[in-house]
Design a protein around this ligand. Sequence first.
Ligand SMILES: Cc1cc2nc3c(=O)[nH]c(=O)nc-3n(C[C@H](O)[C@H](O)[C@H](O)COP(=O)(O)O)c2cc1C
Length: 151
Amino acid sequence: MASFQIIVGSMMGGSEYVAEACEEIIIAKGHQATINFQPDFSHLIQQITQKDQIWLIVTSTHGAGDYPDNIQNFVTDLGSYDQDLSSITFLMIGLGDSNYDTFCHAAKKIEKILISKNCKTKNKILILDMSLDIDPEALAQTWITQVIDHL
Ligand SMILES: Cc1cc2nc3c(=O)[nH]c(=O)nc-3n(C[C@H](O)[C@H](O)[C@H](O)COP(=O)(O)O)c2cc1C
């Protein structure tokens, strides 16, 4: 059984719904999941001593390629953390609007920071383009089901 820390960056709730849809699948598959709507980096770092800890980051982009307010401190603390984070496996879901030049920049920037800290991932980022007529929760559930089935 794996333990997922779901880390949410959201201004208007869309990423929260996607995170909750993923949580539903993770639990149905027999794993543990905790959703962090106000992610606290130091708290999350304390959890990684547990075996098979996976960070699932679900974040939108706001402003012009900016992070949602609620995840800003987490990203700042992550960026300034000077120890190796190779024990962390992460998954990334980005919500955005492809009409912006800065399409899903927040998720892509966090992904780069995690890789620079030696965090591991086996899966490509899931990009959800909210300018299209999509069901983001259903797409995320299909994706997380496939990811979990290949853990
Ligand atoms: C003021 C504003 C700025 C936005 N800026 C971006 C952006 O730079 N890049 C992008 O991909 N999407 C951008 N978006 C689209 C949001 O990321 C998208 O609507 C997303 O679904 C919001 O998710 P949330 O409800 O979790 O915040 C912006 C939306 C708003 C309202």
